[in-house]
Design a protein around this ligand. Structure first.
Ligand code: PPS
Length: 569
């Protein structure tokens, strides 16, 4: 792999002057538009502001293949992860090499023009295996690659028009150049970067402060606020926590800046990307801790990467990176010393205390005590606000089952019981009601059914996010769509799937609306259970066999389940 003395041009490579911007904006009006996904907006921002330097656009096929297989661009420069623009099949058909397209943010603002020099269909299996070391869809990046990313990639040079707009925490956002200039102004030369996607607790403060002291350097807390691991604490709460913790560092030693990156949770390879980015932001060192950028456990319950794999890979490429690693072991609290120590400094006879992420979540969920040795009172207060105990969170009860299975009847009985309790607002999104209002133009093709469920999921997620209760009762015949709704809502509160299990013969015997008769006669096409599939839920929280359960009793079972899960007290 080629070694470069000055590998990264720390410049705002793609930004342009006002006249050019005006010209490019005019030009973009005649171009085909691509609406960027949330992840693509993050990637584009780092391309435009120089954080991804030396990249000057989305990768070509040659660079992509070289990165996937050799972890280097085709010119030999170290680069760990593919940064390509994924597009749909439909959009790919409209593209010819040499075309330019306008890249727009979700509000329709043109951020850049992409001059396409490469268009290809990636082998996603190979990409997953080589880049992430697995094809297990529990890995967030593999899930994204297989289930969310488009089937085609585009590569090409980018002409930047403007950076994505952020209305939040403007004072804490810096481009690499701005941050380097700040460092220069205050005379900071040795700077240790600390990458994080979690709130900081006492262990982190100790670890980072120690690292900076050892390297005789200043410290940059550089949290990712673009996209992190699904289920992470939202960045608003985290930034409030970072600001609190900042006060615990000696004055003038530490800076906080936000990084609008989309993480892949790619462990060792991602650690290298984190280093390249921090080098571009002017840092001389980066802390690489235990399980850096780790995605957690795979579908067999094993860690995707070894705890120190990232440090090992970093060591191999240290000379190419131009930024030094400060490796860190896991730190634990040693009560007899009233301090945190890294595991290599803890002798076997010393007792230690730890609170894992999972344990912290459990304590927050149940409103239990969190010891003062673990965190700061201001941080705990923020976390309790954002992750209240379950009985204060919103949740969605999602009934699914055949037409006539009894979903609406049970949903209505549940609605009444929850209204009687009266501690949270309750909304019923029944299949028929939704089809009359939200989805009045939709039919029953697979595409329309999915759209219908996605809409219900979206509304329910908003209700859940705002701490209300949503009761949904559509047929929702497809497992994949139900899973998407589950994932969406789980990020905001509870999701309880209830399979209303009534055999087809019984639904047909009841036939309250006379629809089964019509479906059998071929008058209604694509009727669930008759001429269209119903996929039995894989792992619902509750199954209600209606042949032996009255609606009232069924609603009661849901209440008991909610109590057991802690959503009602
Ligand atoms: S889906 O698949 O989830 O979008 O269906 P959903 O919106 O819940 O359907 C609502 C009601 O539409 C009636 N209906 C049909 N159901 C299934 N297949 C076909 N082709 C169809 N045409 C009309 C049916 O009465 C559904 O109501 P429920 O309450 O489930 O009986």
């Amino acid at each position: 792999m080629s070694h470069l003395n000055l590998p990264y041009q720390n410049e705002l490579v793609n930004l342009i002057d006002v006249n050019q911007k005006h010209y490019l904006k005019k030009q973009s009006a005649n171009l085909l538009d691509w609406d960027l996904t949330a992840r693509q907006v993050c990637d584009l921002e780092l391309l435009l502001n120089g954080a991804f330097s030396p990249l000057q656009g989305f990768m070509s096929e040659a660079d992509y293949l070289s990165v996937v297989t050799n972890m280097a661009l085709s010119n030999g420069v170290l680069w760990p992860l593919p940064i390509c623009l994924d597009i749909t099949d439909e959009f790919a058909k409209k593209i010819t090499l040499g075309d330019s397209i306008a890249l727009r943010d979700p509000e329709g603002v043109v951020l850049a023009i992409l001059e396409i020099n490469s268009k290809w269909m990636p082998d996603k299996e190979v990409e997953a295996q080589k880049v992430f070391g697995t094809t297990d869809e529990v890995h967030p990046a593999v899930d994204y690659l297989f289930n969310k990313a488009g089937d085609w990639y585009l590569g090409g040079h980018i002409k930047g028009i403007e950076l994505p707009t952020h209305y939040d925490y403007k004072a804490l956002r810096d481009t690499p150049k701005q941050l380097r200039d700040k460092f220069e102004k205050v005379g900071w030369q040795n700077i240790v970067a600390f990458q994080t996607r979690n709130p900081l607790h006492k262990a982190h403060q100790e670890l980072t402060f120690r690292a900076a002291k050892d390297a005789q350097a200043n410290l940059l807390i550089h949290p990712v606020v673009g996209m992190t691991k699904p289920g992470d604490i939202d960045h608003y709460s985290r930034v409030r926590c970072y600001e609190h913790v900042l006060k615990y560092y000696p004055e003038q030693t530490t800076a906080l800046s936000l990084l609008p990156m989309a993480m892949r949770m790619a462990g060792p390879r991602e650690a290298l990307l984190h280093a390249i980015i921090r080098k571009n932001y002017g840092c001389s060192h980066i802390i690489i801790g235990r399980d850096h950028a780790g995605p957690g456990k795979n579908s067999e319950g094993k860690d995707f990467y070894g705890p120190y794999d990232a440090q090992e890979l970093f060591k191999k490429h240290q000379s190419e990176l131009g930024i030094k690693m400060i490796p860190f072991q896991k730190v634990s609290y040693v009560p007899e010393k009233s301090e945190y120590l890294p595991s290599n400094e803890i002798s076997p006879e010393m007792a230690t205390e730890d609170i894992s992420g999972t344990e912290l979540k459990r304590r927050l969920r149940q409103g239990l005590e969190i010891p003062t040795w673990f965190s700061y009172p201001e941080v705990i207060k923020e976390l309790r606000k954002t992750k209240p105990a379950r009985h204060k969170q919103g949740f969605t009860v999602f009934f699914t089952g055949l037409s006539g299975s009894g979903k609406s009847t049970i949903a209505n009985a549940l609605l009444v019981k929850l209204l009687e309790m009266g501690d949270r607002p309750v909304t019923l999104l029944d299949g028929d009601i939704v089809r009359k209002n939200l989805s009045s133009e939709l039919g029953f093709s697979k595409e329309h059914r999915n759209l219908n469920i996605e809409r219900i999921g979206f509304v329910a997620s908003e209700i859940t996010k705002n701490r209300g209760i949503a009761i949904c009762a559509p047929i929702a015949p497809y497992e994949k769509t139900r899973r998407q709704v589950r994932e969406l809502i789980n990020g905001y509160g509870g999701y309880i799937e209830v399979f209303v299990n009534t055999p087809l013969e019984e639904c047909e015997r009841r036939d309250r609306k006379g629809l089964y008769a019509k479906a059998r006669a071929g008058i209604i096409k694509e009727f669930t259970g008759i001429s269209d599939p119903y996929e039995i839920p894989d792992e619902p929280e509750l199954v209600i066999p209606t042949l032996e359960t009255s609606p009232d009793n069924a609603a009661h079972k849901v209440i008991l389940k909610l109590e057991q899960l802690g959503y009602i007290k």
